[in-house]
Design a protein around this ligand. Structure first.
Ligand SMILES: Nc1nc2c(c(=O)[nH]1)N[C@H]1C(S)=C(S)[C@@H](COP(=O)(O)O)O[C@H]1N2
Ligand SMILES: [Mo]
Length: 489
């Protein structure tokens, strides 16, 4: 019976260690995939969080917010499975037998796992420790000697922690990656990548016209693993002829290479969630044509293998691209392997990765982020960036400033730099444009400093419109304002 503080403590220790072992067991069975119980817990926590909290986490905490959510999810999962073990202990204590405890502990763990959609092996791996906890309780209750009982408890807790450690190691070693091969079209992609390198300005510190590291934004911490041989894209909804196409069908279509820049609506004004790559794929329009769209709202919903979905105008999709290659190799897992959409000039969020279905709608609906208050389906805001690394104090005493500017399909016409807080402006040098209608450019500007300078940069888009000066947060419709920083001479 749990009737003394000592009993409580040993029950908690056993149940806690069991909870750890259960979650680690699931991890051993699934690795870092959407099947891991931590993934489902993360989803539940995210859905329970108020929208403003999610928006705050994205804006203010960025990737840290994601990490906190993940840690919270795993801790919650451990707590839930610990509760299963604890219920097992109570059952064993009440009846004086281990068996009812095993049934209760293991049963609750199994139920938890199956509720969140775990595969059988993962569910079994969570149930085993939860069932072992009440057994350990009965065993350690046997000896009359306090010290012996304590040793028995410590031994059991130690074994469960050992299991947890082993499970974690196995899970970490599990290969959940995707091998990406170079594309067949090497000659073309290499020539284009060379062009991008040649046209990149000779400025140290900042990335060239093709990003070395392309940012990643996913609503979930767990990327789906989609084999290209299993991949299918269904065109459905309000269409004359719904159809499905597989990866070979897609590969059989005309292939095209496009430089396309993406920017996340949730990034900060001078944030780093804006990048450019050379993508290989095929235009979407002929596929839409083939299905014969009839929908009344002229809008579509795209679905993805991670259950993400986005709704936006059919007209935007008509200019879209189904990409299966990035910088000369197959699409990496994190960027949507095997196929993603790229929609010219729109915020990153409608560039759906791991895309599985194009559904033509009859009525307006909201996408994943729109349901949470964001307005990120429209055209991107114009921006010129200036990172720390973009400021170079040269040996001759001059200061060289450089960065990237992007204005979606409007294109960047000029970038202007002020070194006196916006009183006077000079035109920056620009990189030669890359082929493509949705690509950023680099800018650079050198000046001779005297004292402290308030540097401000702004881009002018292809329509002649100056980047809006008024500051706004990224939530809900993307950051606006001019990037500025203090530069000491
Ligand atoms: N399936 C899926 N597609 C997605 C997302 C996602 O979470 N799931 N995130 C979107 C967001 S918010 C952005 S900004 C871009 C980022 O693309 P990247 O990760 O390749 O940079 O993908 C979009 N496509
Ligand atoms: Mo985004």
């Amino acid at each position: 019976m749990i009737d003394t503080l000592r009993d409580y403590r040993s029950a908690f220790a056993l149940a806690g260690a069991g909870g750890l072992a259960s979650v680690a067991g699931s991890y051993a069975a699934t690795g870092f995939t959407p099947q891991f119980v931590g993934a489902a817990t993360e989803e539940v926590l995210r859905d329970l969080s108020p929208d403003v909290l999610v928006a705050f986490a994205i804006e203010q905490l960025g990737d840290l917010g994601h990490q906190l959510l993940l840690v919270g999810a795993i801790a919650t999962a451990i707590g839930l499975f610990a509760l299963a073990g604890f219920a097992g202990i109570v059952a064993a204590d009440r009846t004086g037998h281990a068996l009812p405890g095993v049934a209760v502990g293991g049963g609750i763990a199994l139920a938890l796992s199956f509720t969140v959609g775990s595969p059988v092996l993962s569910a079994a791996a969570t149930a085993l420790p939860a069932a072992a906890v009440p057994v350990a309780r009965r065993v350690s209750d046997g000896p009359a000697e306090t010290s012996e009982r304590r040793r028995a408890v410590l031994g059991s807790v130690g074994s469960l922690l050992g299991l947890a450690a082993a499970g974690t190691v196995i899970g970490t070693q599990r290969d959940t990656g995707i091998e990406t091969e170079p594309l067949d079209e090497q000659a073309e992609t290499e020539a284009l990548l060379d062009t991008a390198e040649e046209r990149s300005l000779d400025v140290a510190g900042i990335e060239g016209l093709v990003s070395d590291e392309f940012y990643e934004v996913d609503y979930s911490s767990f990327d789906p693993t989609v084999d290209q041989d299993d991949w299918e894209l269904a065109v459905t909804g309000e269409v004359d002829e719904p159809f499905t196409l597989d990866f070979d069908d897609l590969r059989g279509r005309e292939s095209e290479h496009r430089f396309v820049t993406l920017r996340c609506v949730g990034e900060n004004l001078n944030g780093k969630k804006m990048d450019n790559a050379l993508w290989t794929g095929t235009p979407v329009a002929p596929l839409i044509e083939r299905a014969g769209p009839q929908g009344g709202c002229e809008c579509v919903r795209l679905h993805a293998a991670d259950d993400y979905y986005q709704v936006f105008p059919l007209s935007a999709l008509q200019r879209g691209f189904l990409a299966y290659g990035m910088n000369g190799t197959e699409l990496p897992k994190g960027h949507g392997h095997p196929v993603r959409t790229l929609i010219p000039g729109h915020w990153g969020e409608i560039n759906v990765k791991w895309v599985t279905e194009i559904e033509v709608l009859d009525q307006e609906a909201e996408g994943y982020w729109e349901e949470r208050g964001w307005h990120g389906t429209g055209p991107v805001e114009t921006v010129a960036k200036l990172y720390d690394e973009g400021v170079e104090h040269k040996d001759d005493g001059n200061v060289r400033l450089a960065g990237h500017a992007y204005a979606g399909t409007r294109g960047v016409q000029t970038v202007e730099v002020s070194t006196d807080g916006g009183d006077t402006w000079a035109e920056a040098a620009l990189s030669e444009p890359l082929p493509g209608d949705d690509v950023w450019r680099q800018w650079s500007h050198e000046f001779t400093p005297s004292g402290t300078h308030e540097v401000v940069v702004r881009a002018v888009d292809g329509n002649g419109d100056v980047q809006p000066e008024e500051r706004s947060d990224s939530y809900p419709s993307g950051p606006t304002g001019w990037v500025s920083r203090t530069v000491e001479g």
